[in-house]
Design a protein around this ligand. Structure first.
Ligand SMILES: Cc1cc2nc3c(=O)[nH]c(=O)nc-3n(C[C@H](O)[C@H](O)[C@H](O)COP(=O)(O)O)c2cc1C
Length: 250
């Protein structure tokens, strides 16, 4: 039996949550779906696979949906995890459950967790915080004991089958004069939206606004238009006011 942590985590919040949830095991195989977009691992019945995605507009990001749907589940047990920025995750878990089912996994548990918003950083700032970590560690122990005892069932998760429409956000990162054209952002962009020779010209049609390029830039040379982020934050702040709690479905 192997334990896997599989995640799409452009700015690190999702992988942080998955590493807390899998921290109860001694040996965990990590599969980062940005580095490994054609994962050929053949999972098998005795494996437990924690599959984590961020919520983009209440949905599984399209890139993650494509890559996860090509996994070879082999009847392995999945723990599905959705990480969101304290607004809402709407249909993310139900969509993820359907994707992993088609890929050959059985979903035995699900977690929703909050992490700092990767566009509007003032929301859920610093989360997962100490309280989140404690709670997620409790979830982790419970999931491990239920799964290893064999006493699990097909888990029900919230969401609608006719998924919410998400057309993307008009937030495209660009580079400034600190850019040294080192090529890291272009090489690491999951959807190849950044031309290596001219990283200031992000391809708007390809960019999924995941913010990975901002987080990997060693010069801090990539950013969003600050006025647009400020305007969006002001417009939406009421939706983020109340602290949302992490949830376990088992
Ligand atoms: C394009 C985009 C759309 C997002 N949509 C939502 C959303 O609908 N609800 C929400 O609460 N957070 C939303 N977020 C915030 C992320 O879900 C959250 O910051 C998550 O932790 C990002 O994961 P990462 O740190 O692994 O990249 C969005 C972020 C991005 C980049």
């Amino acid at each position: 039996m192997s334990i896997y942590s599989v995640f799409f985590s452009p700015t690190g919040g999702t992988s942080k949550v998955n590493s807390i949830l899998t921290g109860v095991y001694d040996d965990v195989k990590v599969i980062d779906l940005i580095e490994n977009n054609e994962c050929s691992e053949n999972f098998c019945e005795n494996d437990i696979v924690y599959i984590a995605v961020p919520s983009f507009g209440g949905r599984v990001p399209g890139y993650a949906a494509d890559v996860i749907s090509k996994l070879h589940g082999g009847n392995a047990l999945a723990v599905i995890v959705c990480v969101y920025g304290n607004r809402a995750y709407e249909d993310t878990l139900i969509e993820l459950k359907n994707i992993v089912k088609k890929a050959g996994f059985k979903t035995a548990a699900a977690v929703s967790a909050v992490a700092e918003h990767s566009i509007m950083h003032r929301f859920a700032k610093g989360r997962p915080d100490n309280d989140d970590v404690k709670q997620l560690e409790e979830f982790a122990k419970k999931v491990k004991s239920v799964l290893t005892s064999g006493n699990y069932h097909d888990v029900q998760v919230p969401g609608n089958i006719s998924y919410k429409e998400f057309k993307g956000v008009p937030m495209i990162p660009s580079s400034n004069s600190k850019c040294t054209k080192c090529g890291i952002c272009a090489a690491k962009c999951p959807v190849h939206a950044i031309p290596i020779e001219s990283p200031e010209k992000t391809d708007k049609d390809k960019c999924i606004s995941c913010m990975h390029c901002i987080s990997v830039c060693p010069e801090n040379a990539r950013s969003l238009n600050k006025l647009m982020v400020e305007a969006a934050s002001l417009k939406m702040h009421k939706l983020f006011e109340e602290r949302k709690e992490n949830e376990l479905f088992i």
